[in-house]
Design a protein around this ligand. Structure first.
Ligand SMILES: NC(=O)c1ccc[n+]([C@@H]2O[C@H](COP(=O)([O-])OP(=O)(O)OC[C@H]3O[C@@H](n4cnc5c(N)ncnc54)[C@H](OP(=O)(O)O)[C@@H]3O)[C@@H](O)[C@H]2O)c1
Length: 285
């Protein structure tokens, strides 16, 4: 039986991925943060899921979880590591508290590296283990390539994850471990409910207050048209099992407008479009 670790299995893409892998007969170690989430995960997904509890900021807890997985695997290798857990705190960069900015880098980027380092021996760095080298799937975002106003910390973390994934593909080739990056557009998950934060009031009176409120309204509307998380679970499964996976898979609605054109346009033209779209022309308040 193949085994995989999926981070952030309490909801959204991580939950859908864990469920799909279990359905396909995988043994899945799904990470959550609370005992209640662990119980809920076991009750819902059954014996194919083994909950692990850690926060991506807690190196020692991640190391303890890796020891548990090592014991459960015996002498076998881990076939997959899905680095999915992540968070988004949006806001005007001029005013956003550094702690909010930093949390996104710490969880989405550094947290991914913490997990990779802890599970690397199980994926193939420990040559005494049996089985083919495992694969790593990193969940990035359209924001890993394109930065919208008010998403600076999130986009920086995902741009960083893109670079980390490039380095992983190249450095971990020494073990035969492949790294595949998934770049979702909008996906219907609870992450959208977390964008509107109670302390966003702090931005209300500044130069960006009205514009940031408009951004959040537009963002919520995009959430309405988002793809279901099951589409990404299927894509992760494909990345883990297809013979020759691509380095990157981008999946979204409105691919031409939200992905292809923004990456083709020269910066000064994309700046002009986004500045106008988000009402940020000089002198506008
Ligand atoms: N939804 C989208 O439109 C979209 C688009 C592009 C990329 N993505 C990416 O997809 C991934 C999954 O997001 P989602 O949309 O499925 O959101 P979600 O439903 O909010 O799930 C996020 C998961 O990450 C976990 N998590 C958050 N902070 C953590 C931490 N410090 N330590 C450990 N786990 C933590 C959450 O656990 P708790 O339940 O304990 O908070 C949850 O299980 C993220 O990397 C996100 O950036 C999402």
């Amino acid at each position: 039986m193949q085994a995989a670790v999926v981070t952030g299995a309490s909801s959204g893409i991580g939950r859908a991925t864990a469920a799909l892998l279990v359905e396909h007969g995988w043994r899945v170690f799904g990470t959550v943060r609370t005992e209640a989430q662990a119980e809920e995960l076991s009750t819902t997904l059954g014996p194919g899921i083994i909950p692990l509890r850690f926060d991506l900021r807690d190196g020692p807890a991640i190391a303890r979880a890796a020891e548990l997985v090592a014991a459960a695997l015996g002498a076998d290798r881990l076939a997959g590591l899905v680095n999915n857990a992540g968070l988004a705190h949006f806001g005007p960069l001029a005013l956003q508290p550094i702690d909010d900015w930093q949390a996104q880098i710490d969880v989405n980027l550094t947290g991914t590296l913490r997990v990779v380092q802890a599970f690397l021996p199980l994926l193939g760095a420990d040559r005494r283990r049996n089985g083919p080298p495992g694969r790593i799937v990193n969940i990035s975002s359209v924001s890993g390539r394109i930065t919208l106003p008010f998403t600076s910390g999130y986009a920086a973390s995902k741009h960083g994850l893109e670079a980390l994934s490039d380095a992983m593909r190249r450095e971990l080739a020494i073990y035969g471990i492949r790294t595949i990056l998934i770049q979702p557009g909008a996906v219907r998950t609870p992450i959208w409910d977390k964008v509107d934060r109670p302390d966003d009031e702090r931005f209300a009176d500044g130069d960006f207050g009205r514009l940031f409120a408009g951004f959040k309204t537009a963002f919520a509307a995009a959430g309405e048209k988002a793809l279901p998380s099951g589409r990404f679970a299927t894509l992760v499964h494909r990345a883990l099992t297809t013979r020759n996976p691509r380095p990157r898979y981008a999946l979204m609605r409105g691919r031409l407008a939200h992905w292809t054109l923004p990456r083709l346009l020269p910066d000064h033209l994309l700046d002009r479009i986004l500045i106008r779209q988000f009402g940020l022309s000089r002198g506008t308040r």
